[in-house]
Design a protein around this ligand. Structure first.
Ligand SMILES: [Zn+2]
Length: 118
């Protein structure tokens, strides 16, 4: 996740020892243009909209830094890096680097949703 080595065998996220010790978990979301080529919206994610809202709505709203671009992310992917109850960082795929504000707006809108599934 921090892409450091060594990884721990059988670790779900392939985390290094430091990440595992700090309880660092990354959740990925996939964005896509809204209806009629509208602004980006979250289409899928490793957390349900409801879980995202319950735990991360406020930290996402308070997150002011521009998201970093990371090449390990696939097309239209966004990653929320958390450490226990803290939101550490938000990263986006290179293709979203020039649309970072739009990606953040999509994430904020997603964190207001209350559905159980995307
Ligand atoms: Zn690490």
């Amino acid at each position: 996740m921090c892409l450091k080595r060594p990884e721990i065998p059988d670790e779900r996220y392939g985390r290094c020892e430091s990440c595992a010790k700090n309880g660092r978990i990354a959740f990925r979301f996939r964005l896509a243009p809204g209806r009629g080529s509208g602004p980006l919206v979250v289409r899928a994610g490793e957390l349900s909209p409801r879980a995202l809202r319950q735990k991360w709505r406020e930290p996402i709203a308070a997150y002011a830094a521009p998201p970093a671009s990371r090449s390990h992310l696939g097309l239209h992917e966004l990653e929320l890096v958390t450490a226990r109850d803290r939101l550490e960082s938000i990263r986006v795929a290179p293709d979203l680097a020039t649309r970072a504000d739009e990606a953040m707006a999509a994430l904020r809108a997603a964190s207001e949703r209350t559905e159980a599934a995307w």
